[in-house]
Structures are given as structure tokens and as C-alpha cells.
Design a binder for this molecule. Structure first.
Ligand code: CO
Length: 450
């Protein structure tokens, strides 16, 4: 007899990010947390790179204070965050001392589960964050960034899952950031991965291509332990399927979620006027709800398609859209099939545009691609072919080690800089500065000036 399906509520992080440009304010979140805490969710996903960034960039809020305030009200339900491996919440690799301090402070301020991913599925980039999570008593969830390519076979994912369990993962999540995992493929993948691991398996997807609910149903049949959904007010489109719809669908199923539907309805009603306000302010764009089955054909994240269109419109080259779409898989193949997730989705997309607009492949090569080819982002899923490597970096050598091994400790240096701006800064201030230095200075000047 299989256990009930567990549900992680994503409204406050992924739903907020996918539909509301991450503009939800702490004042809009707090009044409903106690009710959310009573629903019976497995976890509430409340924190991540975009929520942290938006707090200081747009909302003039302390992201740490938001976390503490949520924790105070969510007494039963675990709080979860998303962490980009050695990049933490920022856009570069950080020294191990910063990674450890960030994880420690996240747990101290209220995070229970840290979901850690690396764009290249290079486990070495997960290691410091994973070990720190365990050390400070958090639940370490490691992510498989799901992508499709000739080398991303079921065997590949099974080996990756085993490697993650050996590293000490308390659970594993299949992170289908593009919403391209088809229901039957997902069914088999979950069965196969579950056959080689002894820890819970979670599934995360997006509704962009219109198949997310169907995938979840098959995943539940296959024995997945936890799924990610968003309360209806912030569900659908590029966000997750609606929590209430999934809960209703499973009524009478042996995996019934047993979540409290009366409370779910009240939570949805609470958020509806807030959503209306974001529609009126144009932070919620109707485009986010358009179903895009074409992403199943191109296997690209929905966000990448819309970025591409706006980029080509600006350059007056929209007629090249189809050519660029065809070029993206070729560039990705040249680079050894990286998953198209931040920052690789941007890097591959930009190179495909260069290749088409200059009418000559790799006439113009971005520095990011060169660094990627040099191994500075981590190990490529397969080695880059010799002839392509030659074009990208000539005879430069490839760094084979863990990228962060080249980095020196940097916490004290950053602390010195923050002390010049803020009186008696706490470690949380140093970490705000470490993540987004320019925005942090503006934020400190408004709030914490000497
Ligand atoms: Co997501």
C-alpha cells in the first residue's frame, strides 16, 4: 500500500516568480501563512534567487526578515528554498566559505529544506552546499535538471541519482524547468530512478506546454513521493498546476493527498484580489497563460522563446526566428548538450543569434561560451568535439577540476567592504552584498546608512 502523495506548495516562490515577476510583498504574504500552515502541505517553497533579488531590487525589503516572519507563523510546515549550487542565489561561483555561511544563515533564519541544483548536473558544484546543509541540520534535496539529448538517457539519470544519494541527499527532485517531460517518459523515468534509490523522489514541472497535470497523474502512478503545485490563484500557464485541482483529482485514489480543501479554497480567495492588482499593474502578463506545445518540439524553456522573440524584434530581424530556433539545438550539440537552464539557456541562445545574424557560425564568440568551453562552469555532459573546441578556445587548456577549487575565501573581504557602508553589519547583510553587490549598496543607503 503506497503512502499518500505529499504536496509542496510553490505559490510564494515559483508561482510568484513565474506569473507575478516575483513582486509579491511580505505584507501580502504574512496574513495567510497561518492558514497555509494548517492545510497539511509537505512543505512551502518560499525563498530563492528571484525572491531574494526582488526584495532588495524592487520592494525595498529585507529578504531575511521576510523569511523570519514566515517562519514565525508556519509552525508545522517545513519551509523550502531553491539554491543554485555554488552560485547560491547569484550569477557567479562563490568561494566555499560564502557557500557555507549562506547555507548556515538560511537554516538559522528558518529554512528546513534546501533544494540545490547545478545547470550542468555537475555534482561537484552541489557538494559544498549539500554538505553544509547536512552540517547545519537542514534537509538536503538535490536536483536533477531534466533535459533531452542523446546522452541524457534513463541510465544517465539513474547514475546521477545514485551519485546524489551517495553524496548524502535526503531526497531527490526531478526538476523539469522547461515543462518538457512527457507523461509516459516521466512514468518510466520515475520507476527506474526509484528502483535505484532509497530516499524520497519529488517531481517539479511547469505548465507551459499544457501537459503538467497529465504528467503528475502518471508520476503518481509510478510512485513519485512528492509533487509541486501552486494554489489556483497563482497556478497554470508558466507556473505549476493548481493545488486544488490536483487534490480533487486524487480523491478516491489510493494516493489521496488528504489536504484540507476548505482551507485551500479560503487561501485561493485571499490571493484573488492580490492577483487582480498585479494584473492591473501589468506585472501579470496574459502571455504567461498561453499554452505553448511547440516547446515540446524545440525542447526549449518557454522563457527562452519569449526572450528570443523580443531580442530579434529589437534588432529588426524577427524574420530570422525560425533559423535561430533551428540553430539552438546545433549550438547545444556543439557544446556537449548542456541543459537549457540559467545561465546556459542565455549563453546558448545568444550564440545561436550571433551565428545566424553574422551569417557565419562562431564568427563572434561570447566570453561566456569561451569560459564554458574552458571548463569554468563545470564538466560538460559530454566532451566538446575537438574541431569545435579549436574554434572556441584555440589551444587553451581545459580546467578539469571543481571550478570553486580555484577560488579563495572571500567572506572577510566582502565584510570589510560592507563595513564601509553599514554600521555593525550582521552576517545576513554581508550575504545580501555578496549576492547582488550593486543593488545591495542602493538598498543599504536607503535603509541602513551609517
Ligand atoms: Co520551477
Amino acid at each position: 500500500m503506497k503512502n499518500k502523495i505529499l504536496i509542496t506548495e510553490t505559490a510564494l516562490r515559483d508561482g510568484n516568480q513565474s506569473l507575478l515577476a516575483t513582486r509579491l510583498k511580505t505584507d501580502e504574504i504574512l496574513p495567510i501563512i497561518e492558514k497555509m500552515d494548517e492545510v497539511g502541505y509537505y512543505a512551502l517553497e518560499v525563498w530563492g534567487g528571484a525572491t531574494f533579488d526582488a526584495c532588495i531590487r524592487f520592494l525595498n525589503e529585507d529578504p531575511w526578515e521576510r523569511l523570519r516572519a514566515i517562519k514565525k507563523r508556519a509552525k508545522k510546515t517545513k519551509l523550502q528554498m531553491l539554491l543554485r549550487g555554488q552560485n547560491l542565489l547569484g550569477y557567479r561561483h562563490y568561494g566555499d566559505d560564502i557557500v557555507e555561511e549562506f547555507v548556515k544563515k538560511s537554516i538559522e533564519n528558518g529554512i528546513d529544506i534546501i533544494r540545490i541544483f547545478d545547470a550542468l548536473n555537475d555534482v561537484r558544484n552541489l557538494k559544498t552546499a549539500a554538505l553544509a546543509t547536512k552540517k547545519y541540520g537542514g534537509h538536503c534535496q538535490l536536483s536533477i535538471a531534466y533535459t533531452i539529448s542523446p546522452i541524457h538517457t534513463t541510465e544517465y539519470y539513474k547514475n546521477l541519482a545514485k551519485e546524489m544519494e551517495e553524496l548524502g541527499a535526503d531526497s531527490i527532485v526531478i526538476k523539469d524547468m522547461a515543462g518538457i517531460l512527457l507523461p509516459e517518459t516521466g512514468y518510466k523515468l520515475i520507476k527506474e530512478i526509484k528502483s535505484v534509490i532509497n530516499i524520497p523522489l519529488e517531481l517539479h514541472t511547469h505548465g507551459t506546454s499544457g501537459i503538467a497535470g497529465m504528467l503528475y497523474l502518471r508520476a503518481i502512478d509510478a510512485g513519485v513521493d512528492i509533487i509541486d503545485t501552486a494554489i489556483s490563484a497563482f497556478a497554470g500557464g508558466t507556473s505549476q498546476p493548481a493545488t486544488e485541482s490536483i487534490v480533487r483529482t486524487l480523491e478516491g485514489n489510493k494516493r489521496d493527498s488528504q489536504l484540507n480543501l476548505t482551507l485551500l479554497k479560503e487561501i485561493a480567495e485571499y490571493f484573488k484580489p492580490i492577483r487582480k492588482k498585479y494584473v492591473e499593474e501589468k506585472n501579470l502578463n496574459i502571455q504567461a497563460y498561453f499554452v505553448e506545445p511547440s516547446i515540446l518540439e524545440y525542447q526549449l524553456p518557454g522563457g527562452m522563446l519569449s526572450n528570443l522573440i523580443s531580442q530579434l524584434i529589437i534588432q529588426g530581424e524577427l524574420d530570422k526566428y525560425e533559423d535561430v530556433l533551428k540553430e539552438i539545438p546545433r549550438v547545444r550539440e556543439d557544446l556537449g548538450y548542456p541543459p537549457l537552464v540559467t545561465p546556459l539557456s542565455q549563453i546558448v541562445g545568444a550564440q545561436a543569434v550571433f551565428n545566424i545574424l553574422t551569417k557565419e557560425r562562431y564568427k563572434l564568440i561570447s566570453n561566456e561560451i569561451k569560459n564554458y568551453a574552458r571548463g569554468l562552469y563545470g564538466k560538460t555532459p559530454i566532451s566538446i568535439k575537438e574541431n569545435i573546441k579549436k574554434i572556441l578556445i584555440g589551444d587553451d587548456s581545459i580546467f578539469e577540476g571543481r571550478p570553486a577549487d580555484q577560488l579563495k575565501p572571500e567572506y572577510e573581504l566582502l565584510e570589510e567592504r560592507v563595513k564601509k557602508i553599514v554600521n555593525n553589519p550582521v552576517p545576513e547583510d554581508i550575504l545580501i552584498y555578496a549576492m547582488f553587490p550593486q543593488e545591495a549598496i542602493k538598498y543599504f543607503q536607503k535603509n541602513k546608512i551609517l
